[in-house]
Design a protein around this ligand. Structure first.
Ligand SMILES: [Zn+2]
Length: 190
């Protein structure tokens, strides 16, 4: 979705790949030469304006062409760097345990369609905090704690959501004993 601009013949022609002059929210793609909103460009920390010189759709076309021309490059790269790559991942997971757990839980919840798409960034952070707290509780008490869905995600009659207000930190034993206790709820009886 691109903004429609009125024609302005006085603004000097912009150098492709640079930010549009006087229109700070637009940038000219060096490849297709079109003015596009900044969100149409990938981030690139190496560049002055922090964005790539070509837009996302041109970029993906370039990549596709490159991959077609050099089908084995990625395979070779992966084979060569596999161990470094896996080790970097492992190290990151070790350094960010609660992020890893929260990420996995989110992915599971998404699969079950229990994490609504309308969750805000703040909600996601709140969810992450629950997982952080469960790690903290284990450290404090020495007892393993889980993040529990108050209303289970896969009850027989009621399906809970993966949202901050349906999450509680409880000792792991309780969680395992709980056994989807909302299953017997009859919605009609309230
Ligand atoms: Zn482009």
């Amino acid at each position: 979705m691109y903004m429609q601009l009125e024609m302005d013949f006085e603004t000097p022609v912009m150098r492709p790949g640079s930010l549009a002059k006087g229109v700070p929210d637009l940038k000219v793609c060096r490849t297709c030469k079109e003015e596009k909103p900044l969100s149409a460009f990938h981030k690139d920390r190496c560049r002055k304006d922090g964005l790539r010189f070509e837009c996302k759709s041109c970029r993906s076309k370039t990549c596709k062409k490159y991959r077609q021309k050099n089908p084995n490059v990625y395979k070779k790269w992966y084979q060569k760097n596999r161990n470094t790559f896996l080790e970097t991942c492992k190290a990151w997971k070790k350094a960010n345990p609660e992020k890893t757990t929260s990420y996995r839980a989110s992915r599971r919840a998404r699969k079950k369609q229990a994490q609504p798409a309308w969750l805000t960034k703040e909600h996601i952070n709140q969810i992450r905090d629950k997982y952080k707290n469960s790690k903290r509780m284990k450290k404090l008490t020495g007892i393993l704690h889980h993040v529990d869905h108050i209303v289970p995600l896969s009850g027989e009659n009621v399906c809970g959501l993966h949202v901050p207000w349906n999450l509680q930190v409880i000792p792991a034993k309780h969680n395992l004993k709980k056994n989807n206790r909302f299953d017997d709820w009859n919605l009609n009886d309230g």
